[in-house]
Design a protein around this ligand. Sequence first.
Ligand code: ZN
Length: 456
Amino acid sequence: MQLVRGFAPALLLGVPLLALSSCRRPPFEPAPGANVIMICLDSVRPDHLGCYGYSRDTSPRLDRIAAEGLRFEQAVTNATWTLPSILTLFTSTYPAAHGRDNYDKEYNREHPLPADAPVLPRFLAEKGWRTAGFGHGGWTSQAFGFDRWFDYWEEGPRFEIDQMVPRCLEWIDTHRDRPFFIYIHTLSPHFPYRPQGTYRAKFGIDEEKYVPPEDPERVWLPLLDQAKAGKIGERLLAQIVRQYDGGIAFTDEWIGKLADGLRERGLDRNTLLVVFADHGEQFLEHGLLFHGANAFEETARVPLIMAGPGIQPGTLWTRQFELVDFLPTLFDYLALPLPERKIQGISLLSRKSNDRSWALTGDSLSRVQALRRLPWKYVDDRMNGRVELYNLAQDPGEKKSVAAENPGRVKKLGELLERRERENAAFGAFLAQTGTGKRELPAGVFDQLKALGYVQ
Ligand SMILES: [Zn+2]
C-alpha cells in the first residue's frame, strides 16, 4: 500500500510570522445554544483562498464569510491526510492517541472508532443538539464509523457539494426545532480535480489539455511517478493548479448558497458556520503532488474560518492553533462544560492556551513528525533518518534545513517532540482501556479509496 503524493507551488506559503503577537482579547463571545455547521474542504490549502492572500478569484463567498467572522492565520492540522486529521478534530486527541493514523487497511477494518466513541457529534447530541452528517465516501464514511455518530448520515461516492448543500438545507427545514450540528465533508476540491464547465472557462483551462478526472488510475496516478522523476513541466503543472483552483471556486459557490439558505431562513443570526480543511495539498514544492507522506507547510497549514453570533466581523487570530484544540474551543463558544478526561485539546480561551506555543503535525505512515514552534519547525524524518530544522520567518518554503547550524535548538526541540509523543502514547493507552470495538468494512470501500489514489 502506498501513499499518493502530491504537485507544485505557484506561490510559497508566505507565513506572516511577524504578525505573531499574542491576541489577548477573546476572539468571540459565547453563543449558548447556537446551531453549528462545519464544512471540511478536503485538501484546500489556505494560500489558494482570497482571504489568505491568493491572487486568483477562487473564493469570493468564503472571503465574505471570513470578512464577517474570525479567520485563523496559523491553523495547523495534526496529520497531513484525512482520517487521522478528522478523527483528531472529532475526538480532540492526537493521532497517536486515537490510533487511526496509518493506511493499514486491516487495522482500519478491524478497529474503527466504536459507535459510542467520545466524538464531537455525540458530545453535542448528549447536550440536546440534533446532528447530521453529509460525506463523500472515502475516509469519512460508514466504513470508519461516521454514520454511527450522527442522528442522520448521508454519503455517496459522487455526492458533490452541489448535492450536499440542498440536502443539508432540506434536513434543516425538518429538524430546526432544536439546536443542530451539521458536518459536511466535501471532496469536490480534492484530487482528481474536476471543476464544472463554467469554472473550467473562468480559470482558463485549456480543454484540449484538460486532465480528465474520470479515470484517476489511468490518468492521475501516473502523474505521481512523473513528479517523482521530475518530469512534470511548468505548463502541465500550471494546468493542474488551475483545475485545483477551479474545484475550489465551484465549492465556494455552494458555500455561498448555503450561507444564503441560512439567511433566507433567518438562521444566520443563531448559526455558527465553520469552514476548514483537513490538510493542504502539494504542487511540487518538494517534488511531490497531493498530500500525506510529509509535514511540509503546504500540507500542514489549513484554513479555518468561523462566522456567527458572538463573533466580531474581521477578527484575526494570529496565534498558532492546532485542530486538536477545536473541540474545546467550540465548547467554550457554546458555553458547554468540557468533557473531562477524554480530550487533549485546549480551548484558545483557556489560560493554558498561552503556554501552547507548539504544534504537532506529520504523517505516521511515512514516519515524519514535525514540531512547529514559530518561527522554528523541527522535522524528524524517521523513514530517511533525517532531522531538519527550518526558520519559517526566513525560509517559509522550507528549502534549506539549518539543523547543522543550530545543534542546541535541534536537541531541545527534539526532546520536546519526544515528550509530546510519549504523552500521546500514554493518553492512547488510557483511551484503549475503554475498548476499541470492531466492525467489518463494507465491500467496495477500498475500491473507492483506490480510485481516489490512496491505496494501490
Ligand atoms: Zn483529506
